[in-house]
Ligand binder design. Sequence first.
Ligand SMILES: [Zn+2]
Length: 725
Amino acid sequence: MKNHPKNRWQDSVAKTLDPVARLVYRSNLIGEDPTLTNTGGGNTSSKITEKDPLTHQDAEVLWVKGSGGDLRTAKRDGFSSLYMEKLKGLQKNYLGSKTKGPKTQIEDDMVGAYAHCTFNLNPRPSSIDTPLHGFVPARHVDHTHPNAAISLAACAKGKELTKEIYGDEVIWTEWQRPGFDLGLILEKLCKDHPKAKGAIMGQHGLINWHEDDKKCYELTLELVGRAAEAIEKKDRGEKTFGGEKYKSPGEKERKALWLSILPWLRGKVSSQQRMIGTVQENATILRFVNSKDAPRLAEMGTSCPDHFLRTKIKPLYVPWDPATGDVAKLRSLLQEGLEAYRADYKKYYEKCKRKDSPAMRDPNPTVVLIPGLGMVAWGKSKSESRVTAEFYNCAVEVMRGAEALDGYINLPQQEAFDIEYWQLEEAKLRRMPPEQELARQVIAVVGAGSGIGKETAHRLAKEGASIVCVDLNEKAAQETSAELVKKLGEGIGVAGRGISGCGPAIGLGANIVDRKSVAEMLGEAVYAYGGIDGVVVTAGIFVPPDLEGRIPDEKWAQTFAINVTGSYVVADEANKIFKAQGLPASLVLTTSVNAVVAKKGSLAYDTSKAAANHLVRELAIELSPLVRVNAVAPATVVQGSAMFPRDRVMASLAKYKIPFSEKEGDEELRTRLAEFYAKRTLTQSPITPADQAEAAFLLVSGKRFPRTTGQVIHVDGGLADGFLR
Ligand SMILES: [Zn+2]
């Protein structure tokens, strides 16, 4: 049955595992199934008898998924371990406090006390849900956020429906913010209903328990399955969300529409800080945004507490009619919608804030819904925006279920606010390491398949940028992007249509002398990330001359086409995106020291690079004040360069009368030539791709030389002949 979770437990695997590893195994099985829980949501536990490292006596230890991470990817180190006796002992402190109950100071203080219950110096901080697991007496506990169960939890008649579906096996509990007190409520529930197997936690999720771990997992599946079946029975089919109001244009037109508004929209939602986007336009999302009820339901916002921090209290929905295809109208609706949204958010903050609430955060929406097109979600990184999109996908499923069963109700605003602006959440945000220098930036590196370009892609990714690796050789571009993703990880969050579901880097092919190819490449980058903040062009060509130092006319034309026109075309196309975004941007070209040194033997290359130097200056004027344009001018970078194939290396060695043997390997020959070049420089050291990448990073970053534009920086080891004057 659709949405019915599948049992994936394998005894042959489980029996090889120790009790903690079995918990990790069970957790991953749950986390990998999107019908059971969302990224970062839910937690699992086992109470396990361990040897105390000091007394060597048996101790009851609660292993429970800790703070941070998620069930899908959690390993053993993602779980905290606490002495049961000490954890239970905290009840005395809590109950002894004069003021207690949800949202009291003692509740938040208890979180600090969990560290004192740690077994065996486990450094993983305990989650806020630890008492839920500790105070339910059963040995194994699963707490999940399944869309089907939350549908039930987010119904006006949730309590009655729970009884109808589960009888006395699952008990309803009213919404309450997670914490120590909720643990006590669950403990009492287990005492009052000794036969109960679980509870639906109002507007939150599901919790269930068992003495056996496999049976606990199977129970989770069964309970979620029963909720899913109840929903399917009442599924409204065509009438879902009140039925269809708008029709989506075809795939191609949809994409063209997305591309025509994304950079502009990104500029608007980045009015306080830059955001990275994820586009979602699958059938489920399209059915929702195209429906009659979408405006009413969107206004009600999401219902699962761990969603608010990313999706905000509600999305921005604009009532655009896709049948008109009127982009100008869409823009004006978005503009009005954004202004109203920000004002509304401020109102919500002012109305709900408490004496000690943290300052108001960015009032821009993180989820934007457009009839006909779908959804774009925004976050501080690609991974975060994917999580945001995933959470709103979940919210749509929850609303579908709740509307089918009965009617969807949202969490009261104050409750949502008390989660969004919880002091404990604020403390978590403050503990996060400062953002990297290029965080929130999307930078395309054209020529990323090899040499300086590849090195630059790695250098910029290390500073936190999302990287669009571009090369004439698409496979090479994809190899570089795969290296980056491997190094940095995909991140979390399962969402995004096609390339928009990407990680921190993508690889694309483009021919920079072909404007259409460049425009298509930039379009893919925009669809993947929402926009672009910088472009570094390292692509270039050196055609080796014949013995007289000449090259054929068509090669001359090709040299100018790639080294001058190509950079111009990339700049011109990228500038359309920069202008639409209205955010400061940066362009870094690659010229050469040869541009200013007149000599024999490379007439076409040298004059093309001289033209490129002037292109930098002209573009700096043309694209100001929004875009800074600078260039790096390398000299004789031999290592890893596609411009120094074996033939050219040997020709150069012969030209400088440096002895070599044809039997020597490529690297040996290159090293010999690089050492010769190094000796000609003032710093007497070889010039590497890493030196060039460093300069490209300094110029592209808006923080290092924010007031430098129209400049060419030589990275040549110091060549007096190349001094600019
Ligand atoms: Zn939860």
